[in-house]
Design a protein around this ligand. Structure first.
Ligand SMILES: *[C@@H]1O[C@H](CO)[C@@H](O)[C@H](O)[C@H]1NC(C)=O
Length: 372
């Protein structure tokens, strides 16, 4: 086969896939977007968290019932400090009562991104880091419907929101003060933080203590390879984005989140480009200050070379702290609800938690909470 016919058939194949995705958004876009059938790691026994390096007794697998009566697989990961250390005299010890969820200093509610499940390795790395902070911190990690051992369903933007609210309500039902809940996660999580914020604000209760976003930003490129040819052409981008049914437009919600925000990402992330985290940060400070400091479509940030010096002279109260060779910490100085952006020089898409500056920054951010 000649190169020319290869290109020709490749093009036909591409247009076929694109056509199917546009003409039959449900379920094809959902499959392509959530990749929940890619249950990596496969054949997980969620009751055997030792397989992923957790201490015995430190992870409890359970189910959370959603408002529409589905069951979500969930993990409760206890703080390291409560798990007895191995010693020659005594093999097993009881975990003491102060490990109960309602006695936690902080409960992290973790929302994972697409594909895999709650046991995917970089996620378990993150739980381990969050449960070994210098405070009594617990993690609740859920699998959305259709993921892991949760009820079978094709997840959609609307139903994943129901799952998020159900998990949040479950934590509050355990007697945890909403101010101690921190929503943390990847791409979808910004949207879920916003949803929870909106719901609780309407009810007149505090939504949560804060919101931490990891690595990615989901600014309109959920189906990256298929959309790549549209990249860089504003009109085409706009058109193709209008065809995506589940938009998860995190960036547009960022400015409306009213709780303290911490965004963290690796500068060696080649899947979700660093400018996306920067755009999210600038959206968040736009919301705080009431001045829009970022252009629509983010063309300015996208076209700025990676190494170019950051200049936002007109952003009042913005400070950039250089952390030697570890990275940079950008922050909007405000007593109420701090917004921080941690850029880790050597971290990639899936290994933020292996960089200790991340743990140290989370601790420092928690110390800066207005409620403290
Ligand atoms: C994290 O990932 C990046 C990019 O893949 C890589 O260059 C770096 O060495 C990794 N760091 C650690 C500590 O694993």
């Amino acid at each position: 086969m000649s190169i020319l016919s290869l290109v020709f058939f490749g093009l036909i194949f591409y247009l076929l896939i694109l056509g199917i995705l546009i003409l039959f958004p449900f379920p094809f876009q959902h499959w392509a977007m959530y990749l929940n059938f890619a249950k990596f790691p496969f054949f997980v026994d969620f009751n055997r968290a030792e397989e992923f390096g957790f201490r015995s007794g430190s992870v409890k697998s359970f189910k959370i019932k959603t408002k529409d009566n589905l069951l979500l697989g969930a993990w409760h990961i206890f703080p390291h400090r409560f798990i007895p250390k191995p010693n020659p005299q005594q093999y097993q010890q009881e975990i003491d009562e102060s490990s109960d969820l309602d006695k936690a200093d902080i409960v992290f509610l973790y929302f994972h991104g697409n594909a895999g499940n709650r046991a995917t390795f970089h996620r378990t790395d993150f739980y381990k880091m969050m449960t070994s902070l210098n405070i009594n911190s617990h993690v609740i990690a859920i699998d959305y419907r259709g993921f892991g051992d949760s009820s079978f369903a094709i997840p959609t933007e609307k139903t994943v929101r129901i799952d998020a609210i159900s998990a949040y309500d479950w934590i509050v039902d355990q007697g945890v003060n909403p101010r101690k809940i921190i929503i943390v996660g990847h791409s979808l999580a910004t949207d879920l933080a916003y949803t929870l914020d909106l719901k609780q604000t309407q009810l007149g209760t505090p939504p949560c203590g804060g919101y931490a976003s990891i690595a990615d930003a989901a600014i309109g490129y959920p189906m990256v390879p298929v959309l790549l040819p549209f990249h860089g052409f504003p009109q085409l981008e706009k058109w193709i984005k209008s065809k995506i049914v589940d938009k998860w437009s995190s960036h547009l919600k960022m400015s409306s989140i009213t709780t303290p925000i911490l965004i963290m990402h690796g500068l060696k992330d080649f899947e979700i480009k660093p400018w996306q985290a920067e755009a999210n940060f600038l959206e968040a400070i736009s919301g705080r200050t009431g001045n829009k400091v970022v252009d629509d479509g983010y063309w300015e940030i996208r076209n700025r070379p990676q190494k170019a010096k950051f200049e936002h002279k007109d952003v009042q109260g913005l400070s950039i702290t250089h952390l030697d060779h570890e990275g940079e910490l950008w922050s909007l100085n405000s007593d109420e609800n701090p917004v921080w952006l941690l850029r880790v020089t050597h971290a990639g898409h899936n290994n933020l938690s292996r960089h200790l500056v991340v743990k140290a920054t989370i601790e420092s951010w928690l110390e800066n909470f207005p409620s403290k």
